[in-house]
Design a protein around this ligand. Structure first.
Ligand SMILES: O=c1[nH]cnc2c1ncn2[C@H]1C[C@H](O)[C@@H](CO)O1
Ligand SMILES: [Zn+2]
Length: 362
């Protein structure tokens, strides 16, 4: 049987023209989850990686989306072995980062924070610093190729099942004036609570450095509580299980109130949530309830390849589900810039000179 006979993932959703043109900001996008399929195939040939499920780029795109559609975060994460395998040299990292900036800019993204775990790119002999430099070079190149239409910063991710988070936090501080905006932890949430990495967060706090934490994706309110109240996170990656602390009638518990009232941004990634089982479908995704309750909501891709999505498609999915028009996407985009790990004057400039005029012109 041919590989594609068994694949069920849908083709890309048709996207309205105004959504494509709308200025967008993404705070939660993984570099190793967003490679171009054709690039993976080429890089695999160059480095002799032979374990790809197919060498046909179109089939490969469908394979990722389908393999990640399992209802489990752990299974979703298994697919990253293929992307990380081809991201082990300076040239590969620079190329992938440059293409990432180009692809985001072509989709109307004007500001992006792209994250990756430097510790996963050492198999070819690079040091952690060399990994960061290679990725930074790629993003600067991608910004140039996009004619300055996009600004990209990176977040350095520590993996929650390993023990390198303090080292990665130090790496973040060392490179913060050079394209690195902050730190994150990612990976399997079950069995790896955020407080395991408390020394990393305490170091970042002492150094006045930004961080966000994946929490409330596979585990519920207790993970969000620990991320916010024990680790002191500024934003929450996903966070959709905050609904555990919200009653049917919309009454907020203490934790949900704290998150809402302190304007702690939720980095919401609807398609990824459907794949990992954090939400059932777009129509019942908690983004709309949380927005109506006044949470600071940002809309994100998580992994463009693995989730088979783009910012425009995420916009379209929630527009279709909840009837959102441009004013709601302007709200999400401004919220993202308000929560961005950029200096305030740069955030204001992007809001006032790029986002507001862009929406006014739609
Ligand atoms: O949604 C996610 N939750 C937890 N971990 C994730 C998610 N998406 C990607 N990752 C992991 C897999 C990548 O290899 C790593 C660094 O980008 O982060
Ligand atoms: Zn993520």
């Amino acid at each position: 049987m041919h590989l594609s006979d068994n694949l069920t993932a849908p083709a890309a959703a048709p996207v309205s023209d105004w959504i494509r043109r709308a200025p967008k900001a993404v705070l939660h996008d993984h570099l190793d989850g967003g490679l171009r399929p054709a690039t993976i195939v080429e890089l695999a040939r160059e480095c002799g990686y032979t374990a790809l499920p197919t060498e046909d780029p179109a089939e490969l795109a469908v394979w990722f989306r389908d393999a990640a559609d399992s209802g489990s975060l752990e299974r979703y994460l298994e697919t990253f072995a293929h992307t990380c395998a081809v991201m082990q040299t300076r040239e590969a990292l620079t190329r992938v980062a440059a293409e990432c900036a180009e692809d985001l800019a072509a989709d109307g993204v004007v500001y992006a924070e792209v994250r990756y775990a430097p510790e996963q790119h050492l198999e070819g002999g690079l040091t952690l610093d060399e990994v960061v430099e290679a990725v930074n070079d790629g993003f600067r190149e991608g910004e140039r190729r996009s004619g300055g239409r996009i600004t990209v910063r990176t977040l350095l991710t520590g993996m929650r099942h390993t023990d390198r988070s303090l080292e990665i936090a130090r790496l973040t501080v060392a490179h913060r004036d050079n394209g690195v905006a902050g730190f994150d932890i990612a990976g399997g949430e079950i069995g790896n609570p955020p407080a395991r990495h408390l020394p990393a967060f305490q170091h970042l706090k002492r150094e006045n450095c930004h961080f966000t934490i994946h929490a409330g994706e596979a585990v519920g309110a207790e993970s969000i509580h620990e991320a916010v109240q024990v680790c002191g996170t500024e934003r929450i990656g996903h966070g959709v299980r905050i609904t555990d602390d919200i009653a049917e009638d919309g009454t907020l518990g203490r934790l949900a109130s704290y998150v809402r009232d302190n304007r702690i941004a939720l980095e919401v990634c609807p398609t990824s949530n459907l794949q990992t089982g954090a939400a059932k479908d777009y129509a019942t995704h908690p983004i709309d309830e949380l927005r109506r309750l006044g949470f600071r909501i940002t809309l994100n891709t998580d992994n463009r390849l693995v989730s088979g999505t783009t910012m425009s498609e995420e916009f379209q999915h929630v527009a279709d589900a909840f009837g959102y028009g441009p004013e709601v996407f302007e709200e999400f985009t401004v919220a993202a810039l308000e929560a961005a790990f950029l200096p305030l004057p740069e955030r204001r400039r992007l809001i006032d000179e790029v986002v507001r005029p862009g929406y006014a012109a739609l």
